[in-house]
Ligand binder design. Sequence first.
Ligand code: CA
Length: 222
Amino acid sequence: MRILLVEDDKPLSNALSSSLRAANYVVDCVHTGRDALSMLAAGQTDSVILDLGLPDMDGLEVLRNIRRKARDLPVIILTARDKITDKIVGLDAGADDYLPKPFDMDELFARLRVTQRRLGTATSAMVAIGDVALNTQTLELTVSNEPVVLPRRELMLLQVLMENGGRIQPKQKLESRLYEWGEEVSSNTIEVHIHHLRKKLPENFIKTIRGVGYSIPVNNGA
Ligand code: CA
C-alpha cells in the first residue's frame, strides 16, 4: 500500500516514514498542504496520514479538498490538539480515523491494516490462498506450511496480489505500490520480481494477464 505522509515536523516525519517502510509500506513524504495536494493529483496514493497543523494551510482544508476529489481515499488524521472538538471536526470533514499525538506506532499500524483490508479483498490480517499463507501483521509467509523468507519488494508484491486475490492488478499499479516518488524503476522491474517470486511459490500460483498485469485466482490450489 502506498501512503502519502503529510507532516511538517521533520524528525517525526523521518521516524514515521522509516517505521512505515520497515513494515513494507511505500511512503511519499511531504511537509506542506500544497505539496500534499499536488502529490494527490498524481493519483497514486492508496491512503493518507495527515497532520492537521501544517505551515501553509489548515490540515482540515487539505482533508476537505481530498474529499471533493477522492471520496473514498482513506485518511487518518494526526494532531497534537487532542481536544474532543478537533476529533469531531476532523471526522465530520471526512477523516476515516483519528490519532492524537503522541501515538503508539502499533496502533497506527493496526489502523493501517484495517484500511488496507478495506481496499482489498482480504478480510483479516491472515491471508491464505491455496497453500500460501501470509500474515500481513507479522509479514510471515508460509508455503505448504513451510516458512519462506522473501526480499522486501518481492514480499510487498506478493502482499498486494494476495490482498487483492481474484482481481487483476495492472503492472503500473503494482509499480506505484512498490516504489516511491523519485525512485528509479526500470520497465521490466515487475516482471523480474514476478519471475523470482514464481520460483518460490506453487506452480501457476500467479497468473499473467498478457499485456495487462497479474492476478492470483482465489480458488488457486484449493
Ligand atoms: Ca504539524
